[in-house]
Design a protein around this ligand. Structure first.
Ligand SMILES: *Cc1c(COP(=O)(O)O)cnc(C)c1O
Length: 418
């Protein structure tokens, strides 16, 4: 099997007249590098592009062959843009570089949801059964409840905190277990190594939505996950200006994933790939800043009389904190707050008074966001009774003192409404 680093090593660029011995992605000592460095060098071969630091953005569909003989023998590095371009290969290599040694390849998808549905379809056939965490991103459930049903694949939702108890739910036709940790509204942490051990013993593969932690803070493939999915719309893009998704596969799942994505004709536009690539270079510094700021704001929320609980797995008060500390190396900028019982009008007044927090879906960009949510109607395997109204916060890159002052304004407005 080829390592991610030499996946694109065969790419001959423009003839620069000398061997490319100085490109940053050369493998010498690469295994000793940290993810921070890999994010900067991954997939870059400047001397294949006349020395320019970044891989050019190839806009294209047709790839021309020099002769009829070459065309008949398909003698060309690239065949057709949907099958890969220098732009897509550079991004795949850069993403693979931070997924760890078990990564056999990364596929690029036009959104996080496309990455989820493609990954599920890659490993499930008619008649199969899949186990999905009750805390999964709601549109993931829609894929299971509509598309998979039509294709004869059944789903059972399970308590995200089930751990090795997942074995009791496995049927002879259970081919996949889908995990997401933490849940992106409710923030349950899952014991993924325990789930993976049981799933693998029964011949099932494990898929994970790893959007919250990214491979920087949770090395999914090292912990038993066979397909690690991210909505690149969030932290990879990092600037709220693209839709993008990706799936990292290990040797067991790589071919099925790649064949499915290719057969379905899924591909990403070159400008969005370029923005994903650009976002990736600064992922480590941005994520570290989101982490520090979110922890500060979350701890501040814990001191507020209006707050019943803060749902953030890096806080010792979180029920999943021990597993979080064992398996994750960091936390990102997204968490939820349970307010003490109050009216929806008071919660709305809180949100409407905020000037730095936008009210809107998605997260992972540089800006702060807040949305009210209610998981009651989403759940089927567990009941959602947080004890009060819930709001999800994404802490952006603004100064935390300014954010806290904004939130104080929100609480004042909330109290005024009562
Ligand atoms: C946003 C999100 C997705 C879907 O990603 P899109 O790029 O919006 O399709 C999937 N999972 C989680 C946890 C998300 O937050």
């Amino acid at each position: 099997m080829k390592s991610p680093d030499d996946r694109d090593g065969a790419a001959p660029g423009p003839d620069t007249g000398h061997p490319d011995t100085r490109h940053p992605d050369t493998d010498h000592g690469a295994s000793a590098r940290t993810d921070r460095t890999r994010l900067v060098v991954g997939g870059r071969h400047p001397h294949e592009h006349y020395g320019f630091v970044n891989t050019p953005v190839f806009h294209g569909s047709t790839v021309l062959y020099p002769t009829a003989e070459d065309y008949l023998a398909r003698r060309s590095r690239y065949k057709y843009a949907r099958r890969g371009t220098p732009t897509s290969e550079a991004l795949e290599a850069a993403l693979a570089a931070i997924e760890g040694p078990a990564c056999a390849g990364v596929c690029l998808l036009p959104s996080g949801l496309a990455a989820i549905s493609a990954a599920l379809l890659a490993v499930l056939d008619a008649g199969d059964h899949v186990l999905v965490s009750d805390s999964a991103y709601d549109p993931t459930r829609t894929v299971c409840d509509t598309l998979l049903v039509r294709w004869g694949i059944s789903t059972t939702y399970y308590d995200p905190t089930i751990g090795a108890g997942i074995g009791a739910l496995m049927q002879p036709n259970t081919k996949a277990v889908f995990v997401e940790a933490p849940g992106s509204l409710s923030f349950e942490i899952q014991d993924i190594p325990a789930i993976a051990e049981v799933a693998h013993a029964r011949g099932a593969v494990v898929l994970m939505d790893n959007t919250w932690a990214t491979p920087l803070y949770f090395r999914a493939l090292d912990r038993g996950v066979d397909l690690a999915i991210q909505s690149g719309t969030k932290y990879i893009g990092g600037h709220s200006d693209i839709m993008f998704g990706c799936v990292a596969a290990n040797a067991r799942t790589d071919k099925a994933l790649r064949d499915t994505v290719f057969t379905m004709g899924l591909c990403v536009g070159p400008d969005d790939m370029n923005l994903a690539q650009r976002g990736l270079r600064t992922l480590a510094v941005r994520l570290a800043a989101h982490e520090t700021a979110a922890l500060k704001v979350a701890q501040w929320f814990e001191t507020r009389p209006e707050v019943l609980r803060v749902l953030h797995p890096a806080l010792p008060s979180h029920p999943g904190h021990a597993i979080f500390k064992r398996d994750f190396t960091g936390s990102s900028g997204l968490f939820s707050v349970v307010f003490r019982p109050t009216s929806q009008g008071a919660v709305n007044a809180f949100l409407n008074a905020l000037t730095l927090f936008g009210i809107g879906a998605s997260w992972g960009g540089y800006e702060s966001l807040a949305i009210p949510f209610d998981c009651t109607k989403i759940r089927t395997a567990t009941t959602w009774q947080p004890g009060g109204p819930t709001v999800r916060f994404h802490i952006g890159l603004e100064d935390t003192d300014d954010l806290i002052a904004d939130l104080e304004r929100g609480f004042a407005a909330m109290t005024a409404v009562g």
